[in-house]
Write a protein that binds this ligand. Structure first.
Ligand code: HEC
Length: 180
């Protein structure tokens, strides 16, 4: 009986039954592993020289900046040549750098943005909107002695002269710095 059974057996060990599903699963896992490995290898590869896309430089126009200084009502709080409100820092070119540094101008505005937005809403009834090129123009005007030279009260329409804020003492408790 035993001999019979043995003679029926194949001489080779029987391979486990591998279904197509198991093979597919194996392939998916292997492919996934390969992907992970190649990705981490790529992440570790040293970077070659990195080239940035060209940096956009907005053309600036100091004459337009001079008009914007009035039409955007910056003049209500800031002065140039002694013309304008006295409550905010003066924007005389002589007081600052002579180079037109738009980013620096914007960084200074950004630093004062918190206070400016609150005060503009209070004094003007809205917060001033500016495009990139308008900021560039205003920065150019703020840096140009030449364009500031002739700036006088004549440049400011009469109705705007009433908006000048000279005394920051009523700028409220949320701005104690300006209320001393
Ligand atoms: C309602 C008043 C008001 C108006 C209008 C206003 N500002 Fe200001 N601005 C301020 C005050 C106040 C500060 C100082 C804020 C601070 O120090 O926190 C300031 C700060 C700045 C600064 C930084 C100055 C420095 O050297 O620290 C710049 C630049 C500036 N404003 C530009 C402008 C321009 C450009 C406009 C018009 C588009 C404008 N501001 C309109 C009140 C105003």
């Amino acid at each position: 009986m035993l001999a019979d059974t043995q003679s029926m057996m194949t001489p080779f060990p029987k391979l486990p039954h591998i279904s197509i599903l198991t093979i597919a699963l194996f392939l998916v896992i292997a492919f996934g592993l390969l992907l992970v490995l190649t990705k981490s290898a790529a992440a570790e590869a040293p970077l070659g020289p990195v080239t940035l896309p060209p940096i956009a430089i907005t053309p600036v126009d100091a004459e337009k900046g001079r008009e914007l200084f009035v039409s955007k009502a910056c003049v209500a709080c800031h002065s140039v040549n002694g013309v304008g409100g006295k409550a905010a820092p003066i924007l005389d070119a002589a007081a600052g750098n002579q180079d037109v540094d738009i980013l620096d101008f914007f960084a200074r505005m950004w630093k004062g943005a918190d206070a400016m937005v609150i005060l503009q809403r209070r004094e003007l009834g809205y917060s001033i909107d500016l495009t990139a090129s308008e900021i560039g123009d205003l920065a150019a005007f703020a840096s140009s002695l030449e364009h500031q030279q002739g700036f006088s009260m004549e440049d400011v329409p009469i109705y705007l002269r009433d908006w000048f804020v000279d005394d920051p003492k009523d700028w409220g408790e949320e701005l104690p710095r300006f209320n001393q």
